[in-house]
Design a protein around this ligand. Structure first.
Ligand SMILES: Cc1ncc(C[n+]2csc(CCOP(=O)(O)OP(=O)(O)O)c2C)c(N)n1
Ligand SMILES: [Mg+2]
Length: 220
């Protein structure tokens, strides 16, 4: 990279740091930052069961504070909503929250049809839609090209759906996912961000046992 005359390496570093900060500010002004959104959701979780999708959404959920009633899916791409459905059917008295990414949800789209048919009233899905496969190198997903996941869920027959674009009120999405009679889904456009990794326990059997113990107690 060539440097303009009279500029030092430090000048360039300062300029790129300022540009990064400006990008972050712009993103924060338009679309919500995912970490903050997920923390706000989970602060209101009560005794809900939480199924994070893989990658970034799992780190978001872990960053909000680990919890034995979080069922991390690690590499199981496309399965979060269906795992949520199974839990919702098995535990009809509990709210089940799926918190996943656009790429993960796109891989399990057929699940939307099954969920619509099963109609679990206790299932809420939050899609953190950054329009990219963020975790694997920021390749654009279908939502970047206009595919509307909430619209597809509505067409399948979900009880309620919401798409939150940059600048819209994301709190309404949290209310929907937490409290509305399900099945419901909110797809929230979130800013592309570079959040620090917060990795939860990754041993599958241990996660499963911990979850069952916290949910079922002695009979687990
Ligand atoms: C079946 C399968 N294909 C590919 C991957 C690799 N993979 C891990 S995370 C990820 C991207 C997830 O994208 P998204 O759900 O949108 O998450 P975010 O953008 O928030 O990182 C991919 C492709 C995988 N784990 N499993
Ligand atoms: Mg994504």
């Amino acid at each position: 990279m060539s440097r303009a005359k009279g500029r030092s390496k430090d000048d360039d570093k300062a300029a790129s740091k300022a540009a990064r900060k400006a990008r972050k500010r712009r993103a924060a002004g338009g679309a919500p930052m995912r970490r903050e959104l997920v923390a706000r959701l989970l602060a209101r979780r009560g005794d809900a069961l939480v199924v994070p999708g893989l990658g970034s959404s799992a780190w978001d959920v872990a960053a909000a504070g680990d919890h034995p009633l979080n069922f991390y899916t690690w590499g199981a791409m496309g399965g979060a909503a269906m795992i949520g459905l199974g839990l919702a059917i098995a535990q009809p008295e509990r709210r089940v929250l799926v918190v996943t990414g656009d790429g993960e949800m796109l891989m399990g789209l057929g699940g939307l049809a099954t969920i619509a048919v099963q109609r679990p009233t206790n299932l809420g899905i939050l899609v953190l839609d950054n329009e990219h496969y963020g975790e694997t190198g920021r390749q654009k997903t279908h939502t970047h090209h206009g595919v509307d996941i909430a619209g597809m869920a509505a067409a399948a027959g979900f009880a309620d759906t919401m798409r939150v674009d940059a600048g819209d009120d994301a709190d309404a999405a949290l209310d929907l996912v937490l409290d509305a009679p399900g099945p419901v889904i909110a797809c929230v456009k979130v800013a592309m961000s570079d959040d620090p990794l917060v990795l939860p326990e990754r041993d599958g059997p241990r996660l499963k046992d911990r979850f069952r113990q916290a949910l079922l107690g002695a009979v687990a």
